[in-house]
Design a protein around this ligand. Structure first.
Ligand SMILES: O=P(O)(O)O[C@@H]1[C@@H](OP(=O)(O)O)[C@H](OP(=O)(O)O)[C@H](O)[C@H](OP(=O)(O)O)[C@H]1OP(=O)(O)O
Ligand SMILES: Nc1ncnc2c1ncn2[C@@H]1O[C@H](COP(=O)(O)OP(=O)(O)O)[C@@H](O)[C@H]1O
Length: 279
């Protein structure tokens, strides 16, 4: 049975007669193809990426598994609609803490329409993209059975400034994300740090981006995920994945400086949280 995911933190959402992703019980995340070129671009990306033998295995694991496209009943009631059948990245989590971070100081690309570029430039300027090379698009962090999740509203997140980004990255890995008090950052070392933590994963991705010239990942996001119960026992299952490939273009032999720069900036923010843990 397909249902609306309650773990989605950004992007187009199903419900209220709108077209959005659906999940099933077998761990599939079904993302409807957008009707314009965004849909065909994303499907083309997954098809090309799946069969590209130049992608190292240790990098492939940062992308959702792709099981092709299928016609499914759309969430907006419009009937059968093509969906990308992806791995649901949090299907094995009980209380997933998830943050969507859109990478790049520029979320548009030269081939896009003037109108689209204008819209993106406005969002990039108003958010932290231009200043930092990334912005938080949405997030949720689990606190407890009683209080549930810290899940700030879309309009709150879209108005984040640099300091809000810094404090949200710390609050996201705190045991008290909903508290007015200073976030304790108590899961930072287990989630962000360590040999297989978020920072190590971001650094591995960065090393690939320093070389790869196959794709330009315009407007893509890094999805950061962990499970609080695991973090409490030192086994957070913290993971980084890349998502949203509706604006990927051919790299044409050129380094993706826009993505690489944003990734470096995010790495610096995460590193600083680890360095300043005692503060
Ligand atoms: O439709 P909205 O308001 O949810 O905005 C979408 C954005 O959602 P968010 O700002 O995160 O809530 C959405 O952002 P995310 O990718 O979810 O970070 C995109 O900017 C999307 O544009 P496009 O599909 O990339 O061309 C945006 O879609 P369009 O404005 O192009 O429809
Ligand atoms: N494969 C996936 N598994 C689990 N959640 C996902 C997956 N892909 C996307 N999401 C969730 O959906 C949100 C929007 O995804 P995205 O691909 O950016 O959609 P859009 O193109 O509408 O912006 C993400 O912030 C995340 O919460």
């Amino acid at each position: 049975m397909l249902k609306i995911p309650d773990h989605q933190v950004a992007g187009h959402q199903a419900g209220d007669g709108k077209l959005g992703p659906l999940i099933d019980d077998s761990g599939r995340f079904c993302k409807p193809l957008q009707n314009d070129e965004r849909g065909s671009r994303e499907a083309a990306f997954y098809t090309s990426f799946s069969s590209n033998t130049k992608i190292p295995d240790q990098i492939r694991r940062y992308f959702p598994l792709f099981h092709g496209t299928q016609l499914l009943e759309a969430s907006d009631g419009s009937g059968l609609h093509p969906h990308l059948i992806l791995e649901d990245l949090v299907s094995t989590h009980v209380h997933p803490s998830v943050m969507d971070i859109k990478i790049g100081s520029r979320t548009w690309y030269p081939q896009a329409s003037e109108e689209y570029i204008k819209k993106c430039l406005k969002k990039d300027r108003e958010g932290t993209s231009l200043k930092l090379g990334f912005r938080i698009s949405g997030l949720q962090a689990y606190e407890s059975e009683e209080s549930g999740f810290w899940k700030p509203a879309k309009k709150v997140v879209s108005s984040y400034d640099v300091e809000d980004v810094r404090s949200s990255l710390k609050r996201f890995v705190s045991s008290n994300p909903l508290a007015d008090a200073k976030p304790d950052g108590s899961f930072a070392s287990v989630v962000y740090g360590g040999s297989d933590g978020i920072l190590a994963q971001l650094l591995e991705l960065k090393a690939w981006f320093e070389d790869q010239t196959i794709y330009h990942f315009n407007s893509c996001s890094v999805l950061v995920m962990y499970e609080k119960a695991g973090a409490e026992t030192g086994m957070s299952r913290a993971e980084v994945k890349l998502i949203d490939f509706a604006h990927v273009t051919d790299g044409e032999g050129v380094i993706d400086h826009n993505f690489l720069g944003g990734l470096c900036s995010l790495i610096k923010f995460v590193s600083e949280i680890l360095v300043n843990l005692g503060d």
